[in-house]
Ligand binder design. Structure first.
Ligand SMILES: Cc1ncc(COP(=O)(O)O)c(C=O)c1O
Length: 454
């Protein structure tokens, strides 16, 4: 029999993997999945408390999705959508998504993932400002701790230094304002509202310093995902949106993790009263069964794109797999499941239980400084001592150790090493019983690591 681990080690460059460690330790091969469970090569059963990469919201092995995929493939396995060509699944999906999308968004552009979605929006921002004879208005402000992808432009937007170092990034015209992480950056005695006002003021100062006529857009995740699972502090987006309006700056909302129910609302925009001019979604749109993204633009932007075609000809942007009929059919079947099984409400209710359990379980432990998140997304902040706010030395690699222990005990969690946090984003189908299992395994794992490290 072939040794897959060996072939893997000899042949694959893995994304987001330490190449040196990997060449010594090899890969973990996942063989199958059903519901919230995965099974690996050794036969170990694991609860996937991260839903893949925050995306398998309806759980693994759903027959409805497999059937939708097969049916679509038999009807029309592929045809492109360039030059005004279309297909029934993408038309039906666009209509359905626009009914759900935040007010003011009027057209949808399909792609294959979050990075190309955000990349498309950056290009559109630059393009429409050229159409409007504002060639200077091109800068895009992102935030430290943000995650928006790994393409050249979107890795530049991502505000995590390891995505820039030695890649010659960020590219021109991408700036980062301070992160909304109150736990890390709140000042002694400062309230969340005061912190939010300070962040909005810092954004305004950056805009004034750069020149408002050079700043085109601001991009934000409703809840920071890979950058720590950080919900906005009180009053944050209200204050930020005021600044954006004042200086005629577009608001791009990146809902790649939050969209389609994870927070307990259809979109983070709904939860935090965001008014996006543009919005990116991917991941949970097909629950990861098919690489697919949907980005949205307002009617004002659409009108400008029409002017652009009069001036420059075709809108010269798009991907071979844009509006893929199989992906669109999977998205439709996935939305059926989310609606029929009330998974958005389930995320709100079971998510509240999840947070309550995590908070209760670690309330008296010195090694958990806070539990963050909302709905079915959570992070546990590990520290050496919460009373003195002492962090672990980086060399301890505490989150990686906890994740490894969790895995041994049958639970997949997500370490966020630069923040010493453990992230969870379980499938939205989880019951309170599943949450008890997740919290029990995590509790046992983290305690056994801390027994050695503290
Ligand atoms: C908020 C956010 N935006 C964009 C992306 C990039 O998506 P993709 O990996 O599909 O390119 C991610 C991926 O995790 C994300 O979390």
């Amino acid at each position: 029999m072939k040794n897959l681990t060996e072939i893997d080690a000899n042949s694959i460059l893995h994304p987001a993997t330490n190449a040196d460690d990997f060449s010594r330790n090899g890969s973990k091969i996942i063989e199958s999945g059903k519901g919230i469970y995965l099974r690996d090569q050794s036969g170990q059963q694991l609860i996937d408390a991260v839903a893949g990469l925050w995306c398998v919201n309806v759980g693994y092995g759903r027959e409805e999705l497999a059937e939708a995929m097969q049916k679509a493939a038999m009807e029309l396995s592929y045809y492109h959508t360039f030059s005004g060509m279309s297909n029934r699944p993408q038309i039906e999906l666009a209509e359905r998504l626009l009914e759900k999308a935040p007010e003011g968004l009027s057209k949808v552009f399909f792609g294959t993932g979050g990075s190309d979605g955000n990349d498309s929006l950056i290009k559109i921002v630059w393009y429409i400002n050229n159409i409007q004879n504002k060639p200077q208005k091109k800068k895009i402000i992102s935030r430290w701790q943000a995650y928006h992808g790994t393409s050249l432009a979107t890795a530049s937007l991502t505000g995590l230094p390891s995505f820039h170092t030695a890649f010659d990034l960020p590219i021109n015209n991408i700036l980062h304002t301070e992160s909304p992480d109150f736990f890390r950056h709140g000042l002694e005695g400062e309230t969340q509202l005061q912190f939010s006002a300070r962040r909005a003021q810092q954004l305004e100062e950056m805009i004034i310093h750069e020149g408002a006529d050079t700043v085109a857009a601001f991009i934000a995740e409703p809840v920071l995902g890979a950058g720590g699972v950080v919900p906005p502090p009180e009053g944050y987006f209200a204050a930020i949106q005021k600044v954006l309006k004042r200086y005629d700056i577009l608001f791009i909302v990146d809902e790649v993790v939050c969209g389609y129910g994870r927070l307990g609302k259809w979109f983070g925009s709904e939860m935090y009263d965001l008014k996006p001019d543009m919005m990116t979604t991917a991941k949970a749109l097909t629950s990861g069964y098919f690489p697919f993204s949907a980005t949205f633009i307002s009617d004002e932007i659409w009108q400008l794109l029409k002017q652009g075609s009069v001036k420059y000809g075709n809108f010269a942007h798009g991907y071979t797999y844009a509006g893929h009929p199989i992906g669109a059919a999977v998205a439709m079947a996935n939305l059926d499941i989310i609606e029929n099984e009330n998974l958005v409400d389930n995320a709100a209710n079971v998510g509240a239980y999840f947070h309550q359990q995590l908070n209760q379980r670690f309330a008296n432990d010195e090694f958990v400084a806070e539990v963050r998140g909302v709905g079915m997304i959570a992070a546990v902040q590990l520290v050496k001592n919460k009373n003195t706010k002492t962090f672990f030395d980086k060399s301890t690699k505490i989150s990686a150790k906890v994740a490894q222990q969790c895995y041994q005990n049958g639970l997949i969690s997500r370490p966020l090493p630069s923040l010493d946090s453990m992230a969870f984003s379980p499938p939205l189908i989880c019951t309170t019983q599943d949450i008890d299992n997740i919290v029990n395994i995590f509790d046992q794992s983290v305690r056994s690591v801390m027994a050695q490290e503290l």
